[in-house]
Design a protein around this ligand. Structure first.
Ligand SMILES: Nc1nc2c(ncn2[C@@H]2O[C@H](COP(=O)(O)OP(=O)(O)OP(=O)(O)O)[C@@H](O)[C@H]2O)c(=O)[nH]1
Length: 559
């Protein structure tokens, strides 16, 4: 790999990078979750504390109402037949201090036998005829006669004493559907009992609180029917329970939990004062909580909810989390780049080491080891496919003289130049190897006959004979000795084939030494036109046979 090349993502790295990316995503998500959860917990605990304070306040108010009712019942029980004036005085004081109480009433048990006397007494007080009756709730509260019963529970006293309020005097509480159950429970229990909420004639919501003023009725049914009973009754405005000062972001709904459960109209329903946008409702969560209290009358359920708003989102901690996430990503990327560069360097060193183990450092050509591999592969290919190959063993003639005359450096230049010329004279797919000092072997796949090898040998010799320019315009021309072996003609063992080509080359060299060729040509190439000299070259093959080669044209300068 080129050292300037950008390191590439390797397949083996992918799981590591995927794991690191996953780890980073987990880290970042956990960071954001941590920040959001912390904020959420803060808001939630603040919200819960507010809601608990609200229900505590409600409990206090309910207890206050119970205490007022208990005081009223105690007054009724303590004062034997209080006069209307005494009752009015007590009631007026109580209402003056507690404006959330709509009215204060006394309910008496009246048997069928006592009914006329009760109605007469009431008529005398009001100055008009009065009958124990009930309201027609389907017709605007018109007064209707009540069916004959053994016992009635009419309202005997009511305060404030307004003309509208007087209409309820003589109303049989036991005939009012939403109070009947509370009346009966109050008679039995002796504790404060509340009715479900109902709408007052003015429209406001209220509920009734009842408490027995007399002792508990005897168990015996006959004696119980005869025993006198009186109940204190308060009508409480439901709106009085609304928390006066509450978080404007929070919605409150209060239900009275009756015997039949909380499915009653809410005592109040206070939406949040601060509005929220549709986006906030869609994107952000809502906290809600139901708090129940059974300790007072009526038992209540307070439902509180708060829609989170964009202003609740913790900008600073989130920005810090984003900074940490981005910072960790930057560190990760930096570290990965360094890792990739180190891996690339290691890969490059490895490539370089394996290249130099198999290549000649001077010429860059494959060395003997790589040649042996390639010849082995070519032999295997021949066995598989039947396609043979030729080996050309080339040894420069009298190369030692180059070193001796011009120095070792010049010898190196000659070797690398001749190597380049030979390399350029054959195909890319052919192998040109330097196996020793001035010995080269060329492997040509597909050449299976000596006759076919001859023109190639001529081409190689021509390449060797190309002028090599040294310093100061000194030009050398070299000849070489060449031997050929072919597979399968000369066998298919790589070592044997190389050895045979070597032997053929040696024969050629010896023939050259007898003087027929192999001259080191040295010229000065100063302003001289080259002239062609034709060298007839014979190619030696194993066994000493001589095959006529092509005519090799060698450019030669004039001396
Ligand atoms: N400059 C240089 N010379 C080398 C290198 N390797 C081997 N030689 C020299 O090449 C010469 C080869 O000498 P010989 O094997 O006698 O070959 P020759 O002089 O061509 O003789 P013949 O082959 O018989 O023609 C020796 O002098 C080696 O020192 C090298 O890498 N660089």
């Amino acid at each position: 790999m080129d050292s300037g090349e950008r390191p590439q993502l390797r397949r083996g790295d992918t799981p590591l990078y995927a794991m690191l990316l996953l780890a980073w995503i987990l880290f970042s998500v956990s960071l954001f979750v941590l920040v959001l959860r912390g904020t959420w917990e803060n808001i939630r605990s603040e919200f819960q504390a507010d809601a608990e304070a609200d229900i505590e306040l409600l409990r206090d108010r309910l207890r206050t109402n119970e205490a007022l009712l208990a005081g009223f019942a105690a007054f009724l029980g303590a004062v034997e037949s209080p006069t209307d004036a005494q009752l009015a005085d007590f009631a007026e004081r109580l209402l003056a201090d507690n404006p959330h109480i709509y009215s204060l009433e006394v309910v008496d048990k009246v048997s069928a036998a006592e009914r006329s006397a009760f109605e007469r007494k009431l008529a005398a007080r009001l100055g008009e005829p009065v009958r124990i009756g009930r309201f027609d709730f389907d017709d605007g509260g018109r007064r209707l006669p009540v069916a004959d019963k053994p016992v009635y529970y009419p309202i005997a006293f009511m305060w404030p004493d307004t003309p509208r309020a007087r209409r309820v005097l003589g109303l049989d509480v036991d005939s009012v559907p939403y109070v009947r159950d509370a009346l009966q429970r109050a008679r039995r229990s002796g504790a404060a009992v509340s009715s479900p909420p109902f709408a007052l004639t003015e429209g406001a919501l209220a509920y009734v609180m009842l408490r027995r003023a007399t002792g508990s009725p005897p168990d015996d049914a006959v004696r119980a029917a005869a025993a006198p009973e009186r109940l204190a009754q308060l009508i409480v405005k439901a709106g009085s329970l609304r928390p006066g000062r509450s978080d404007p972001r929070t919605a409150h709904t209060l239900y009275a939990i009756g015997e039949a459960g909380p499915l009653q109209p809410p005592l109040f329903d206070m939406p949040a004062v601060l509005p929220t946008s549709p986006h906030e409702r869609r994107l952000l969560p809502q906290i809600s909580m139901d708090l129940e209290d059974y300790s007072a009358s009526p038992p209540i359920r307070l439902s509180v909810s708060r829609q989170m708003r964009f202003v609740d989102v913790p900008v600073e901690p989130l920005a810090l989390a984003a900074f940490l996430a981005c910072g960790s990503l930057a560190v990760l990327v930096w570290h990965l780049r360094r890792h990739r560069a180190a891996v690339a360097r290691e890969h490059e060193n490895h490539e370089r080491a394996s290249h130099s183990a198999l290549h000649d450092p001077l010429t860059g050509l494959p060395n003997r080891r790589l040649l042996q591999d390639r010849v082995g592969e070519a032999a295997a290919h021949w066995r598989r496919s039947g396609e043979g190959f030729a080996l050309f063993f080339v040894d420069l003639d009298r190369f030692k003289e180059v070193n001796d005359r011009h120095g070792h450096d010049a010898g190196d230049v000659v070797l690398s130049t001749v190597a380049a010329h030979m390399r350029g004279s054959v195909r890319e797919t052919d192998t040109v190897a330097r196996i020793a000092g001035d010995e080269f072997v060329v492997l040509l796949p597909g050449v299976m006959e000596h006759a076919a090898a001859v023109p190639i040998a001529a081409k190689l010799l021509a390449a060797v004979a190309q002028p090599v320019e040294l310093r100061d315009g000194l030009v050398l021309r070299l000849t070489a000795s060449l031997g050929v072996s072919v597979c399968p003609g000369d066998g298919d063992d790589p070592e044997e084939l190389i050895r045979r080509a070597d032997a053929a080359m040696y024969d050629d060299k010896r023939a050259g030494d007898t003087g027929s060729h192999g001259t080191l040509l040295e010229v000065r190439a100063v302003a001289r036109a080259p002239r062609l000299r034709v060298i007839r070259k014979l190619v030696r093959v194993p066994g000493g046979a001589v095959v006529p080669g092509g005519r090799k044209k060698v450019a030669r300068g004039r001396s």
